[in-house]
Every structure is written in structure tokens, then in C-alpha cells.
Design a protein around this ligand. Structure first.
Ligand code: ASP
Length: 577
């Protein structure tokens, strides 16, 4: 090695030793007779001191060092007179005796400090410089640890990590495929896997009863802060299990992971049904760090001459406890919020139950104080509380209320990082209808099994069929989801038919799986976790980009590589494009 120590390991115990370290110049300070250089590597920062009196030439050389030069310094470890308790190496410095510049550096385009002046786009363009910054490095280290602990935990309970191919045929997870043209089979394309779903099911047929893989998945869909076109899953599947077995296996896994990584004991996961989640929290991934449940007030709010409510399918309320003091401005801001196109409500009604016992609402014209007190009763509101009401079509109103609930919860400080409220959401509908095409789609994916007792409705009333499907949710983040699968050819055929596949189409796309089911498929089920999201949650952030070494931007571009990009005429020709 060119170095004897890293920049993070010298302490008072090393005083007197001769050593050599290597690293990047973080900063230099020139104090007349002395020049101080901070040298940084992955492990920390060490201060080097160059003394005019000891070696004038060397000191002058040190003054010529620019930020981010790569240097090798040898010298003696000495105790600092001016100690820095905030640094691991803050008790010592190295009295330089030899200096070698290993690499020059241009002035970096942004400050390589914990707090930088670089915007995200610039940092991504120079991600290799961004990676030198402390917080980014910490995120990447965390990711590594979560990868390692995940593998250890799953290995310990008998899961085998088995890889699956990337150049495949489409797997339906509800997004568009990224496709790769085949040179050897002109005019034909591979699809990159949206997930290894069908492969892991084939592993079950193949007798590997506990499979996992930390695997890249590719989905061509519109991007948001917590989405990337390629992302990583912890993909798992088990044979001879029922839903409860999968839930308990992965609840234990998650508890052990949180214990290992954060030293936090997660509480037992709540279990609620999809319907309950939607009706009480307006979301299938509720943040249950706080209550503020949604109450259906349709009955008490209708019939008093307020048209907006009278003509609505649903009127719902949340009780913002202790918020009666909200100002006009705060209430206007909330109204503006619910009216934004993303939330889509037409307006918001409020009722303040003031501390002095008076009641004030935006609908005083239509409702007597008695009426409004009745609302309070239904919603459990007391003096000092603020009731917020939305109305409209059932689904969209609940969704809008769910968003408003999160917004208020955030404002009231209920959504701070550091606490974790895990739950399972169960009994998802098997199917959802695309209103535009009037076609049923699998809510999870086409391999998810319906509940036994609902199979009889698959033909007559598909919308009411519930699936053996579940999501793991922590703090309003869908960390993972899975299902017990169909393992009988007949039922799988029926499912494809419901989804609008002809026999031929099903055979053409999924013949391999349907055939496999004819050779002794064990009952099986599994789950996949969004690994990037999991690491971000453990790291206390919502942006998965911060935990991916080379992420893509919101337009799906890698701004460092400048990809995607055009390919040459020759390449196109070769591919028959
Ligand atoms: N393949 C599914 C997904 O990617 C997860 C599963 O059902 O196991 O969401």
C-alpha cells in the first residue's frame, strides 16, 4: 500500500509514530509560519502541518496544493495543542516530512463539504465528486450494510440467493417494458424484467422452496422522487406456505433488520384490510404514526340545504386536534392545497370548536350550532379542535382526504423521522377496472391468487373478488408487496381470461409458466421489497436517489453519462432497426 494509515484512524495512541497517509486536499490554511492541510479519504480527515522553520521548501510546496489534489504525506504523529473534539482524529496532527503529489485536480465545480453549494443536477453530473462528500458516502455505506445484513438474515433462515436473467420476455408488473433489440434475431426484442416474478415461481416448481435475490428491476414509467427506471428489489418466494407464513417470516426479517441497522425494536405490525385502510386513512399505504382517522359524516351533513354536500356521494371529515386556533391564512392555504390538481378536491369546509365554547364554520349559513356540535360528536372533536371536511365522489374524496391528513399530520410534527409505525395491508382487491377501456386489470399481478371464498364471483362480479395479496407499509411508505400465487393451471387460465387474454395470447406470453404448472407446482407465495426505499427509510430520508450511487434524474436521464443517447447508423443497421 502507498499508505500506512487511513485519514480516519490516527489517535492520541499513535503519537510519536512515523506514518504515511494518502488522500485528497480538503482545505488548506496558511498561518504565516505554518500551513495546515486537511487530507480526506473514505475514513475521515487528518490535519497535516507544514512548518516554515522545520522545512521551508516543503512548506512552500504545501502552499501550492489546490483543493482535491491527491497527495501522499509522510511525517510524525504529534499531539495537537488545539484539539478538535468533533473529529475522530482531532487530538493529533502529522508533522510533515515528505510530500508527494499523486494527482492534480481542477477546481471542483461545487464545494466538497457536507454542506455543499452544488445543485442536484450539477452534483449528478459530477457524481464521482459528490461521492466524496460525507453524507453521500454515509448513504452508500448504509446501503452496503443493509445489503449485507439482508443476505445474512435470509441465509440464516434457509433462503438461497439465485440469479435470474435480465434479457427476457415481458413480465407484467403494470409498467411499460424497456426493450433490447436482438442482433442475432433481427426484428425481435428482449424485454428487461420488471421483476423476476415468473422466474421465482419457476424456482418453486423447480423445488427451491426458499428463494431470494437482491435484483435490479426495470420499469418504464413516469418518475417521482421515490421511483427510478431501474431500481433494486429484495425479491423472495417460498413454497408450501399460506399468507400468514409469509407475513410472519418477513415481519421477523424486518424486525431483525431494524434491530441490526438502527438498534430499534419495531413493534408488532398492525394488520388492516385494504378497505379499512382506504376508509380510515384515504390510502392503501397509510402513515399510522398518528391517528387523525377519517370519519364518514355523509348522514349528518346531508339534508340541511347545503347543495355541495347534498349532491355528494360522500362527505368525510378529519379532526385536527388542537387546531381551532388556525388562522384564516392557514385555512386558505389548506383550501388551496386540496384544490391543487394533484389533490383534486373542489373545496374544503372547516368547523372550529373554539376553546371558549363557541363554534365557527365556513358553512354557518346552512348549519345550526346544534348541527355542528353533532358533527363534533360523530368525529370525537372537542373544544380546541378543528374539523376539516371534503365531499365528492367516494374514491377521489377519500384519496384527497388522505392527502390532507398527511399534510396536517406533517404540519403538526407527527411525521418526523426517527419513529417507525409498521403495518400489513391485507385483502387487496384482485382486480381493478380501467375506466377508459372498461377492462379489468390485476391490481397486483396476474399470478396473484383470489381468496378461495371469492373464486365463485370471478365470473359474476369480478370487482368484489379479494386477493391473497399484502403490502408491508412503514410510515406511509410501501416497502414491499406480494401475494400467495395461483399454482393451478385451470385457475391461472381463468385469470388470464378475465384480464382479456385470449387462449392463444396467454399461451404465447406465459406458456412456459402454464406448462410448468402441469408438472407438480407446489403452493407458493412471496414478496418483494423496494430495496432503495428501504435503505432511504432506514437512513431517514424519502428520496431514494440519495441512496443510489449513480441515479437517474426525473426525466430518466443519467446526466453524467448523458444517457440515453442516439446510436450510430451502423449499430442500427446491425440490429435491423
Ligand atoms: N413481483 C412483485 C413486484 O415486483 C412482488 C411479488 O409479488 O412478489 O411487485
Amino acid at each position: 500500500m502507498l499508505r500506512e494509515h487511513t485519514c480516519g484512524e490516527l489517535t492520541i495512541d499513535n503519537v510519536g509514530a512515523e506514518t504515511t497517509i494518502c488522500g485528497w486536499v480538503q482545505k488548506s490554511r496558511d498561518l504565516g509560519g505554518m500551513t495546515f492541510i486537511d487530507v480526506r479519504d473514505r475514513y475521515g480527515i487528518t490535519q497535516i502541518v507544514f512548518n516554515m522553520e522545520v522545512d521551508e521548501g516543503l512548506c512552500k510546496e504545501a502552499r501550492g496544493l489546490g483543493r482535491e489534489f491527491v497527495i501522499k504525506v509522510s511525517g510524525k504523529v504529534v499531539e495537537r495543542s488545539n484539539k478538535n473534539p468533533n473529529m475522530a482524529t482531532g487530538d493529533i496532527e502529522i508533522l510533515a516530512e515528505k510530500l508527494e503529489v499523486l494527482s492534480l485536480s481542477k477546481t471542483p465545480p461545487f464545494l466538497i463539504e457536507d454542506e455543499t453549494d452544488g445543485g442536484e443536477e450539477l452534483r449528478m453530473q459530477y457524481r464521482y465528486l459528490d461521492l466524496r462528500r460525507g453524507p453521500v458516502k454515509k448513504n452508500i455505506e448504509l446501503r452496503h450494510r443493509v445489503l449485507k445484513v439482508t443476505r445474512d438474515l435470509l441465509d440464516a433462515v434457509g433462503f438461497l440467493e439465485i440469479e435470474t436473467p435480465y434479457l427476457i420476455k415481458s413480465t407484467p408488473e403494470g409498467a411499460r417494458d424497456f426493450v433490447v433489440p436482438s442482433r442475432m434475431n433481427q426484428g425481435q426484442f428482449y424485454a428487461l424484467p420488471q421483476s423476476p416474478q415468473t422466474f421465482k415461481q419457476l424456482f418453486m416448481v423447480g423445488g427451491f422452496d426458499k428463494y431470494f435475490q437482491i435484483v435490479r428491476c426495470f420499469r418504464d414509467e413516469d418518475l417521482r422522487a421515490d421511483r427510478q427506471p431501474e431500481f433494486t428489489q429484495i425479491d423472495c418466494e417460498m413454497s408450501f406456505v399460506e399468507q400468514d407464513d409469509v407475513l410472519s417470516t418477513f415481519e421477523s426479517f424486518m424486525k431483525l433488520l431494524f434491530k441490526d441497522i438502527l438498534n430499534i425494536d419495531l413493534v408488532d405490525f398492525q394488520r388492516i384490510t385494504y378497505d379499512e385502510a382506504i376508509n380510515t386513512y384515504g390510502s392503501d399505504k397509510p402513515d399510522i404514526r398518528f391517528e387523525m382517522k377519517i370519519t364518514d359524516v355523509t348522514k349528518v351533513a346531508q339534508g340541511k340545504g347545503f347543495n355541495v354536500f347534498d349532491e355528494s356521494e360522500l362527505v368525510v371529515a378529519i379532526n385536527a386536534s388542537g387546531c381551532a386556533g388556525y388562522s384564516r391564512k392557514q385555512l386558505d392555504a389548506l383550501t388551496d392545497f386540496v384544490r391543487t390538481p394533484q389533490i383534486g378536491a373542489t373545496g374544503m369546509v372547516y368547523v372550529k370548536y373554539n376553546d371558549d365554547g363557541t363554534v365557527k364554520s365556513s358553512v354557518d349559513k346552512f348549519y345550526s350550532e346544534e348541527d355542528l356540535r353533532e358533527w363534533a360528536n360523530v368525529c370525537g372533536a372537542e373544544a380546541g379542535d378543528l374539523l376539516l371536511l371534503l365531499s365528492g365522489p367516494k374514491q377521489s374524496t377519500l384519496a384527497a382526504m388522505g392527502e390532507l391528513r398527511l399534510k396536517i399530520g406533517g404540519e403538526l410534527g407527527f411525521r418526523e423521522s426517527g419513529t417507525f409505525a409498521p403495518l400489513w395491508v391485507l385483502d387487496f382487491p384482485l382486480l381493478e377496472k380501467d375506466i377508459e377501456t372498461d377492462q379489468w386489470h390485476a391490481m397486483h399481478h396476474p399470478f396473484t391468487s383470489p381468496k378461495k371464498e371469492d373464486i365463485e364471483f370471478m365470473e359474476s362480479d369480478p370487482g368484489r373478488v379479494r386477493a391473497n395479496a399484502y403490502d408491508m407499509v412503514i410510515n406511509g411508505i410501501e416497502l414491499g408487496g406480494g401475494s400467495i400465487r395461483i399454482h393451478e393451471r385451470g385457475l391461472q387460465d381463468q385469470m388470464f381470461k378475465l384480464l382479456g387474454f385470449t387462449k392463444e395470447e396467454a399461451e404465447e406470453q406465459f406458456g412456459f409458466l402454464l406448462n410448468a404448472f402441469e408438472y407438480g407446482a407446489p403452493p407458493h407465495g412471496g414478496i418483494a421489497f423496494g430495496f432503495d426505499r428501504l435503505v432511504a427509510l432506514l437512513g431517514g430520508s424519502e428520496s431514494i436517489r440519495e441512496y443510489i450511487a449513480f441515479p437517474k434524474n426525473n426525466a430518466g436521464r443519467d446526466v453524467m453519462l448523458d444517457a440515453p443517447s442516439a446510436i450510430s447508423k451502423e449499430q442500427k443497421k446491425e440490429l435491423g432497426l
